[in-house]
Design a protein around this ligand. Structure first.
Ligand code: IPM
Ligand code: MG
Length: 365
């Protein structure tokens, strides 16, 4: 029994739809196990720019600081806030949350359900046995390096982005990966572009040094282009993949296809801060706001619901409850229910709300 404070930032596009279903499932967990979850909603993204003048207000940042965990939907996708001339980008909400809350470790587990092996674009034989965890560095690299701008020069416009990593930033994320690998199959694949980038050479050197402290864990290095290929050639051979911010962003969209759809993949963003219950964290589906399907009952809420399960596990140490949510999702998928993104012959296609309701009901037992 406990009382947990959760900041709920649903955001834009399909963000509110999928988040609502995760909150519905949270309600079922509360009833079944007798917990009290205090959810407090606030605006982020386009909605916040329109109503509060910024992608995330200081008041919302404070609310997040004071909560035990954050449930995040998606931001972006409004044409009027896109493009090089947009003054405030909705994505700023995410970047500010990640950086200011020091959530440097983004965990993206990819474990395709057997029932969905056919839904993937890849062959079942290749997929079988896939169970990998991408540990993406989230508060450094080219996402944050300065300068980053379009500039006027005598020869016309140019543009610059800066890719910088400190040894300390690399070391802490590599350590996270090794610690997690110890709880799994004891293999870390460190992904870089050391044949081209200095930041990658420091990355590789640091990974090698940290590996010395984990003699029980195997370390493999892969160049990012090669990793992109091996992910769809031998996905089952990976255990923990650790990589820098932008490589992790790209590789996880690719890897999501192993699970059949982007709509299946949750994530947890963690730092070192602890609350009385567990690690403080932000939980969000890896997919975006998908404005093209918003409001049509087509969005898959499973990524958001599995993100909730990660919250129960990491931030609240509620293992039994997290297992119950994951089991419920698996059961509903095995029973043949699918959202539009996983349309397949002979399966029952349901809307976003119905999918959420079915899973909540399964959790309620
Ligand atoms: C992700 C997303 C974000 C990122 C976007 C929305 C800025 O693609 O979380 O993977 O690139 O980090
Ligand atoms: Mg991404």
């Amino acid at each position: 029994m406990g009382t947990y404070a959760i900041a709920v930032l649903a955001g834009d596009g399909i963000g509110p739809e999928v988040t609502e279903e995760a909150v519905r499932v949270l309600g079922a967990v509360a009833r079944r196990y007798g917990h009290v979850f205090n959810t407090i909603e606030a605006l982020v993204g386009v909605a916040a720019i329109d109503a509060e003048g910024d992608a995330i207000s200081d008041a919302t940042m404070e609310l997040c600081q004071e909560s035990d965990a954050i449930l995040f939907g998606a931001v972006g996708g409004a044409p009027r806030y896109e493009g090089p001339n947009a003054k405030i980008q909705p994505e700023r909400a995410l970047f500010r949350l990640r950086k200011e809350l020091a959530l440097y470790a983004n965990l993206r587990p990819i474990r395709p359900f057997d029932a969905l092996l056919n839904a993937s674009t890849l062959k079942t034989d290749i997929l079988r046995g896939t169970d990998l965890l991408v540990v993406r560095e989230l508060t450094g690299g080219i996402y944050y390096g300065k300068p980053s701008e379009i500039r006027e020069t005598a020869e016309g416009l140019d543009a610059i982005d800066t890719l910088i990593y400190t040894e300390a930033e690399i070391e802490r994320i590599v350590r996270t990966a090794f610690d997690l690998a110890r709880e799994r199959r004891k293999k870390v694949t460190s992904v870089d572009k050391a044949n081209v980038l200095s930041s990658s050479r420091l990355w590789r050197r640091t990974a090698d040094r940290v590996a010395g402290e984990y003699p029980d864990v195997t370390l493999e290095h892969l160049l990012v282009d090669s990793c992109a290929m091996h992910l769809i050639r031998r996905p089952a051979s990976f255990d923990v993949i650790v990589t820098e911010n932008m490589f992790g962003d790209i590789l996880t969209d690719e890897a999501s296809m192993l699970a059949g759809s982007m709509g299946m993949l949750p994530s947890a963003s963690l730092g070192t801060r602890r609350t009385e219950f567990g690690l403080f964290g932000l939980y969000e589906p890896i997919h975006g706001s998908a404005p093209d399907i918003a409001g049509q009952e087509k969005a898959n809420p499973i990524a958001a619901i599995l993100s909730l399960a990660l919250m129960l596990r990491f931030s609240f140490n509620l293992k039994q409850e997290a297992d119950a949510v994951e089991k419920a999702v698996k059961g509903i998928v095995e029973a043949g229910y699918r959202t539009e993104d996983l349309r397949e012959e002979g399966k029952v296609i349901v809307g976003t709300k119905e999918m959420g309701r079915l899973i909540a009901e399964a959790v309620a037992g």
